[in-house]
Ligand binder design. Sequence first.
Ligand code: ADP
Length: 560
Amino acid sequence: MEIRAGTPPLGEEIADQLRVVVGADYVCTSVEDLDRYSRCTIPWQSRCMAVVFPASADEVAGIVRIAARHRLAVWPSSTGRNWGYGTTLAIEDGAIVMILERMNRVLEVNEELAYAVIEPGVTYEQFNKHLRSKGYKLWIDCTDGSGQGSVIGNAIERGIGETPYGDHFGNLCGIEVVLPDGERVHVGGAIQGLKTWHTHKWGLGPYLEGIFTQSSLGIVTKAGIWLMPQPESYNSFVYEIHDERHLPKVLDIFRRLALTGVVNTKLHMINDFVSMTILTQRIAEQVPQDGPLSDAHLAALRRKYGIAPWNCAGGIYGTRGQVKLQRSLLRQHLSPHGRLIFLSDRLLPYLQRVIDWSWKSPLIRRLTELAARTSLPVLDSAPYVHKILQGIPTEYFVKHAYYRYRRPRPEQVVQPARDRCGLIWFAPILPFSNEQVWPFLDACKQRFAAHGFDFYVAMLLMNPRSVVCLMAIIFDHEDTDETARSQQLYQELLAIMHERQFQQYRAGLQSWGDLFRNAPEMQRLHAKIKAALDPDNILAPGHYGVSCRQPIVIDNGNPR
Ligand code: ADP
């Protein structure tokens, strides 16, 4: 990436002040470092002028004080893995990017009350390993994104996971925040260490934890997080819907099962193209290398990989009796409309052995595929699904970002931003009803096709009443025309969403200019709170559209 004209270099005097706070090794200004932290999979360009890596809340406070003195923008990230939304990008050139990955201690685990206190650099993979290696009978909830993502970073963005603890902000309890003026506050508990800080979420007085999420009002430097006690029994299930005419019925059933508590996970429902992006790449298939897959090609790939038009996955947890009962209720309700398959920890090693044998022997593979009525690559993914639903993260599903990548995707270190993959997440949330969901998906699907993209949608239950219809625009970042079309498609999807009076549950950087266009009073309220806490407007100015230093302009699909 070129150094963009207009990116001011960080003055030596300011760099020295930062070095005094965090140490010389932790203030990065080299071209390579600035490149690395000015990259995302979305079509947006901005270039930071420094990257700092504080190791404590005091250092975080020291950095914001320096930034306030010089009126420099500071953009904090925990680990910066939110590909498709913006990663570590600031809206404008010239920001100081703050990465909190050195603050990666698990400070406390309380097994009796099932919570832990962690710093923002703690990743899903690290947290899961920590609990399991120390023998705690507690499970984390992870996402199907990178295991190197931050537990706190995702919760601060109000991200969602997979298990009954999948509402990540809902399970955050008691946060420490450094304010833009450098003051440290224990929100939800007294600074002296209130005993219920991590057990009672609402504190006393006006409830404030929420204003530090999806916001630019403070930097979270530690947090309590509730964990799932390891259940006596656990099963994952996958559910294939082969006839799309059953979808409305299935949606009604899922809603009823969720509302009555039979299913309490974040049920995942994906269309065939989502499966395709995980199983293969466009360059690996005999299909046209531009435009979307035709219906015939999609059908042929479905046959080749043995995947249904729609697939669902979820977990059931509890005592043996509870899991048995849940299994039979799911069977009773779902079997008439699709194929339901359960996987337990007991079966997992056998399945893994069959998969390993099948990869080695064509004959065994053929027999396995006949018996399982699907392909080996699909079977291969089942253990990953099973593990994610018990809080064991994997990079396996991040491969989807490489679907339109021109080279074979990496098998080990999957880093879509580094590899310049093209991926934009669009994350509208809808009432969980047939009346709302299907017409909206149809309208969006048409726009995908019109711009030459395959329709990717994963539906994730936010709660029994709302569903996130998560769409990915996967594009070839090396193709200028395709990149511009991806941005145009994104703008059109936003327009359809606004027109139908929906909003996103979490928003990518390119949509921030327009988030509250129908609610100027909300925009003013946000700006008032921001001005009170951050009068110099130094903390992520413009994050989620609040107090931009310059208007965000999208011109002909491109930011300028
Ligand atoms: P992840 O790596 O889990 O995807 P990130 O570290 O990329 O999470 O964080 C996602 C977004 O959340 C960041 O862009 C930033 O806006 C916000 N964020 C993350 N961590 C913090 C934090 N500790 N304090 C304030 N905001 C944060």
